[in-house]
Structures are given as C-alpha cells and as structure tokens.
Design a protein around this ligand. Structure first.
Ligand code: ADP
Ligand code: AMP
Length: 214
C-alpha cells in the first residue's frame, strides 16, 4: 500500500493520515512534519526550511526531494507508506517516480482530499497540534476535551507559526500555481481518486478506506 495523500493546505491530510496509519499499519511520511522537526533541532536544513515555511513558500525542490529519497529508502517503507504533502510540484512528482523505480516500488493510489478554498483559512487558523504526539485538533471542528491539552497524551497544544490568515493566503496561492497541476498529472497516470473533504472527519476516513479496500 503505497499511497499519496494530496489536497490543499488545511484539507485534512494529516488528520486522515493518522487514521489510515491505524487502519493499515504503514508509516506516515509528512514532509511538513520532517521540516518542522528540523526547525526544532536547529539544523542547517531547519534554518533553510523555516524561512520558506514562515513566508508560506515551498522549500526548494532539490532539498525536499533529497529528504524524501532518504526517508523512502528506509526499511519500514517496504511494507508501504502514506506520503502527505509530497509531491507539491511537477518536478517533485517526476523525482518521486524515479525514486520509486529505483526502489522497485510503485504507487497504489493517489487520494485527493477536496476542500473549497473558502474553508481552508478557517481550518488552518483554528488548527492546534500536540507538542508531544502531534495529534491534530481544531478549536471549532474537532476540539480537544480540555482546551489547550491533548486528549491522547495530556501534553500542551500549540499553534503553527504559519497558520495565520496572511501566510495561508500565500500557501493557497502556491498551491494553485505549483500543486494543483498534479491533479491532472495523476489523472493521466490513472492513479487519481478524489474524496469530498467537506464531510465530517470520520466520513472522510470511511470514504478513503473504502477506496483503498475497494
Ligand atoms: P493538512 O494536513 O491537509 O494541512 P490537517 O489534517 O492538519 O490538514 O487539518 C487542518 C485543520 O482542519 C485541523 O485543525 C483539523 O482538525 C481540521 N479538519 C481536518 N479534517 C476536517 C474536516 N473533515 N472537517 C472539519 N475540520 C477538519
Ligand atoms: P505542511 O505541513 O504540509 O502544511 O507543510 C508546511 C510547509 O512545509 C509548507 O508550507 C512548505 O513551506 C514546506 N513543505 C512541506 N512539504 C513540502 C514540499 N513537498 N515541497 C516544498 N515545501 C514543502
């Protein structure tokens, strides 16, 4: 099960990936999470990524492709993976094809979570994430039981620095210019399926699971 989860920023990729991990037991690989980890560690990669992320721009392709190539070569990816937030450009999609060919793997399906642009800013601005386990909440659509505290592990929740209205405008514009063309790219490859991401979280999950088991 080698899956790409696509969709605009705030569509619900991370939320759904966590559910698919429970269902299928394959690793969740999020380039956004990898960059945030590098920022936290203060590495060179982290410094470079932070400047791009704070501006709502993409981290350069060669850097992003490099970290994905390394990650997909790890043993745990042999049984499958859920890639979230990569590829985001046609160049990254072409590179992914080559990486998978080198590893003797191929994509099972590309799942696009479709949410209209009008809903995405509210989703991102209200997003809260657990500092420790990464569980994702929303102040209105998926609140934790106790405000500011993770239901899963009791740790503190935080708001991402790039989850502001201003940065989201830039991220949505980058999505339209650079990432939306991948819909046609994967349609042509015969791999593309879309699900309605405006539904409740558990309904989106059951639609995704139905596609993958169908
Ligand atoms: P992405 O990984 O695509 O950027 P997330 O999974 O982090 O998106 O979700 C963005 C925000 O929207 C989070 O606060 C999340 O709780 C909320 N969210 C996710 N799915 C839904 C949904 N189906 N309906 C309403 N809110 C949702
Ligand atoms: P995300 O967590 O997927 O919303 O990503 C957060 C930020 O990380 C993005 O706005 C980009 O700055 C950067 N990023 C994540 N994935 C990629 C990618 N595939 N290519 C370039 N930049 C990325």
């Amino acid at each position: 099960m080698h899956i790409l989860l696509m969709g605009p920023p705030g569509a619900g990729k991370g939320t759904q990936a966590a559910e698919l991990v429970k269902e299928f037991g394959v690793p969740h690989i999020s380039t956004g999470d990898m960059f945030r980890a590098a920022v936290k560690e203060g590495t060179e990669l982290g410094k470079q990524a932070k400047a791009c992320m704070d501006a709502g721009k993409l981290v350069p392709d060669e850097v992003t492709i490099g970290i994905v190539r390394e990650r997909l070569a790890k043993d745990d990816c042999k049984k499958g993976f859920i890639l979230d937030g990569f590829p985001r450009t046609v160049e990254q999609a072409d590179a992914l094809k080559g990486i998978l060919e080198d590893l003797g793997l191929s994509l099972t399906r590309v799942l696009n979570i479709n949410v209209p642009a009008a809903d995405l800013i509210e989703r991102a601005v209200g997003r809260r994430i657990c500092k420790k386990c990464g569980a994702t909440y929303h102040v209105k659509f998926n609140p934790s039981k106790t405000e500011g505290t993770c239901d899963e592990c009791g740790s503190e929740l935080f708001q991402r620095a790039d989850d502001t209205e201003e940065t989201m405008k830039s991220r949505l514009s980058v999505y339209e210019d650079s990432t939306r063309p991948l819909i046609e790219y994967y349609q042509k490859a015969g791999l593309y399926t879309e699900v309605d991401g405006r539904q409740a979280i558990d309904k989106v999950t059951s639609d995704l699971v139905a596609v993958l088991k169908g």
